[in-house]
Design a protein around this ligand. Structure first.
Ligand code: GAP
Length: 542
């Protein structure tokens, strides 16, 4: 699938717009249009329904070690600054960046690749932001230009080793930056904290400094005791939260994939330390199955366990659910969701103070005077099992998903070009968004075949009864074939057409977006028919 085509459809049909577009846009920020807002809402609602409200529906629970409870929270975006000091974000949540003195561009150190090449007695590292085969082509072109060689002289370039990350290079004097003409214009890598800083109230200076949350997770940890005390849940149980998070990404890119303002859907699942490996496996498999159920194809979706050296500062085990986004080079996957075994790191940090690993132990980090570097709340965040009387700090499994990334993956998977017959039965090419009916922005569109003979009135009545239950759409303008096509692009799974026969036998045509099958249904059974189809996952009449 060509990503440019999806990006253009998103703008044309109102899925996504660049933020502040009339002022030239703001890099890393995106607005959801009329169709996009419905789609993303449906993604979030499917997650909340399947993970929180309906979490114990029998068929969604294979492999659960025991029954469990789920509850929700909606916390503020700005929290006490100490939260981020104890969580580790204040000290550790940074990327390394390099600046180019010549092009004035800024890059994430680990996102620059390149290869060493020698020609005319000089050895340089040609850098690019591209990966895979694209990087090979780009570095070749730029090396030819740098050494003032023609394409036919390419054999004069002596390449030394494969494409490697700039993080493997220490000699910056010989690096040709991704957008530079001269070598040695990149600065040494510098730390850059990704949290957005703001100031609360009228206090000036650092006293009023606060941060926009870079993840929703911490709101859950600091409310752990409140939830326990107010809702009578017992371990094992999970708390879910969805909402905006902010990261001042150095190089936002790939449409909404890496944005500076985005939405997360996170669960913190609290369990007994001994049961935690089993729960970790349960959540990993369950979250993977969720994406498959909603239409992501198995060959483009994978579950990948992290290597030991990839694990975050708190994690003893993490897996990523990854999708082969079309903007990535063939064979590469991008993260949709991480499922982390976080042990008791977070609850203990908010009790005792910021922790660091010392050998196999997590201990409170001390400053030069031997005092905790970042003091915890001092509150008891342990749990007492009222049946066994055991007191312990629960371990946490964290399935952490991005609502925007999931929405983007569902759109990439849905985008299809195929053919459908027009009103004269002639096959015409069409663009169709084959979204799962639960996710589709509009569930059903209603058309009168012509704008006369009482057809619009019947169609309006059907539309009105549908929209009490679903997002429905009414359209009476233009040829019916063109109306179908507009709905195909919007991803509407069912179109209902009122025609001449309706006026005699009170039946309408239902058309299935994907199979193109059409069948007749009684007018007063329309709503139930659409509800049944959406719930059963879509397939039209057999
Ligand atoms: N609490 C753990 C945590 O935040 P993460 O892997 O940093 O983990 C979780 O983020 C998910 O949030 C990612 O898998 C991704 O879907 C989404 N996400 C993270 N950064 C993002 C960004 N800059 N733009 C869009 N989505 C992002």
């Amino acid at each position: 699938m060509d990503m440019d085509k999806l990006v253009s459809l998103c703008k044309r049909r109102g899925f996504l717009f660049q933020s502040s577009e009339i002022y030239g846009g703001l890099n890393g920020f995106w607005d959801y249009g009329p169709l996009g807002v419905e789609l993303k809402r449906n993604v979030r609602e499917a997650w909340w329904q399947d993970m929180v409200r309906g979490h114990d529906d029998i068929d969604t629970l294979p492999g659960a070690p025991e029954p469990f409870e789920m509850t929700g929270l909606d916390c503020t975006i700005i929290m006490h600054p100490q939260v981020w000091k104890c969580s580790g974000h204040y000290d550790l949540f940074h990327d390394y960046m390099v600046d180019c003195r010549e092009s004035k561009k800024r890059y994430r150190h680990d996102q620059v690749n390149g290869r060493w090449v020698e020609a005319k007695g000089k050895r340089i590292f040609v850098a690019t932001q591209l990966g895979g085969d694209d990087a090979l082509g780009e570095t070749q072109q730029r090396a030819l230009k740098f050494f003032n060689l023609r394409t036919k002289d390419a054999e004069q370039l002596q390449w030394q080793g494969p494409i490697v990350s700039l993080t493997k290079v220490s000699d910056f004097q010989h690096v040709l930056g991704p957008d530079a003409k001269e070598i040695g214009t990149l600065t040494e890598p510098r730390e850059f904290n990704l949290m957005f800083k703001t100031y609360v109230g009228a206090l000036s200076g650092e006293e009023g400094a606060a941060f926009l949350r870079p993840e929703t997770a911490q709101g859950i940890f600091v409310n752990f005791k409140n939830v326990l005390d107010s809702s009578r849940v017992r371990v094992p149980f999970g708390i879910a939260q969805m909402g905006k998070s902010f990261r001042n990404e150095i190089t936002p890119r790939n449409f909404t994939f890496r944005s500076r303002e985005f939405e997360q859907m996170e669960i913190e699942f609290f369990c007994h330390p001994q049961a935690s490996p089993e729960w970790y496996k349960f959540w990993r498999d369950r979250r993977y199955a969720w994406y498959l159920k909603l239409g992501l194809a198995g060959d483009r979706l994978r579950l990948r366990d992290h290597d030991q050296d990839e694990l975050s500062h708190y994690s003893v085990g993490t897996a990523d659910i990854e999708y082969a986004f079309p903007f990535l080079p063939p064979g590469e996957f991008g993260e949709l969701e991480g499922i982390a075994h976080r042990g008791d790191f977070d609850l203990r940090s908010h009790m005792e103070g910021k922790l660091v690993r010392k050998g196999d132990e997590l201990v409170v980090e001390l400053d030069e005077d031997g005092k905790p570097r970042h003091r915890g709340s001092g509150k008891d965040l342990s749990y007492r099992d009222d049946i066994t009387n055991e007191r312990y700090i629960p371990h946490v499994i964290e399935p952490s998903a991005g609502a925007d990334r999931a929405t983007l993956a569902f759109m990439c998977q849905a985008y299809t070009e195929d053919e459908a017959p027009d009103e004269n039965g002639k096959m015409q090419s069409r663009v169709v968004m084959k979204l799962h009916p639960r996710l589709a922005p509009i569930k059903a569109a209603v058309f009168p075949l012509v704008k006369k003979d009482g057809m619009p009135e019947v169609a309006q009545d059907i539309y009105k009864s549908l929209k009490k239950r679903f997002n429905a759409f009414y359209d009476e303008k233009g040829a019916v074939g063109r109306r179908y096509r507009r709905q195909d692009e919007a991803g509407t799974p069912y179109c209902i057409t009122v025609d001449g026969q309706t006026l005699t036998d009170q039946t309408v045509t239902v058309r299935d977006r994907d199979s193109l099958k059409q069948w007749r249904v009684k007018v007063d059974e329309c709503v139930e028919e659409i509800a049944r189809l959406i719930e059963s996952g879509g397939a039209g009449i057999e």
